[in-house]
Design a protein around this ligand. Structure first.
Ligand SMILES: CC(C)(COP(=O)(O)OP(=O)(O)OC[C@H]1O[C@@H](n2cnc3c(N)ncnc32)[C@H](O)[C@@H]1OP(=O)(O)O)[C@@H](O)C(=O)NCCC(=O)NCCS
Length: 228
């Protein structure tokens, strides 16, 4: 099977909106000048899903940066650099997601979330996509604008994949909006492999999810199709 395409139509209200979904919607609503209430009525978003390589001896953190697990105390700084809101961040922490933060002096430079067991995904039923055992998902990676192109983002991803694989993870996945060219370039530079493109269209309570496998990405695309 060179491509796996799944179409699903689910006749029930989708009430949970992941941050990416809201952001995707907001961008489109902004373009169209439509009132925010339209976010709940109409949404189209398309993400590329990728497998992130495990790099046991990866890039070293650039000088001056310190990586650690984040806590609730990091959430305001995270929101301030454009990451998830403190409320969303707290909900991620409450459900057991791991927050990694890289600071330089008193500046939050980069942050990423690791989800195990299930990951918030708008396209999934109930807004959560269950993950297979030992498959973990990177979400909401963000570098503070002043720290972009410093190499900190890539070094943290290498470090986190190494740490998490030592803790038992065997595969890492992530998703990037198709229109997010800089992030896609970044993923390419990390050696990520595209496994599928997922397109979600939602009109009121109706949603349709289309999953298209990339060559060689069929097993991961099937995993997504079973869970979304
Ligand atoms: C995506 C993001 C995390 C990358 O952070 P970064 O600090 O630029 O990453 P790095 O410094 O590790 O970049 C490494 C490489 O990625 C590629 N890259 C990163 N940004 C790029 C851009 N804007 N254009 C082209 N290539 C880019 C380059 O190959 C770069 O190497 P180089 O600087 O030697 O050319 C950052 O742009 C960001 O926070 N964007 C907003 C949030 C987002 O879109 N997150 C990803 C989706 S969840």
């Amino acid at each position: 099977m060179s491509a796996h395409i799944a179409h699903r139509r689910v006749g029930r209200a989708v009430t949970s909106v992941s941050r990416n979904g809201v952001r995707g919607t907001a961008a489109r609503v902004g373009q169209w000048g439509v009132k925010p209430i339209a976010r709940r009525l109409y949404l189209v978003e398309e993400h590329v899903w990728l497998v992130v390589p495990i790099v046991p001896e990866g890039r070293a953190l650039p000088d001056g940066y310190v990586l650690r697990l984040g806590t609730g105390d990091d959430l305001e700084a995270l929101a301030a650099i454009g990451g998830v809101s403190t409320a969303v961040g707290q909900s991620y922490l409450d459900r057991g997601a791991a927050l990694y933060v890289a600071w330089r002096d008193d500046e939050l430079a980069f942050s990423t979330w690791i989800h195990e067991g299930a990951v918030p995904v708008l396209a999934a039923r109930g807004g959560l996509m269950p993950l297979p055992d030992r498959v973990v998902s990177f979400e909401d990676s963000i570098a503070a604008p002043a720290h972009r192109r410093s190499g900190i983002a890539s070094a943290v991803i290498d470090e986190v994949t190494a740490l998490q694989s030592r803790a038992g993870a065997t595969a890492f996945i992530t998703r990037i909006a198709v229109e997010n060219a800089p992030a896609l370039k970044w993923a390419e530079s990390l050696g990520c492999r595209v496994v599928a493109t997922v397109r979600l269209r939602r009109i009121g309570p109706w949603r349709r999810v289309r999953i298209e496998a990339a060559p060689g990405g069929e097993p991961m695309a099937s995993m997504l199709a079973e869970r979304l």
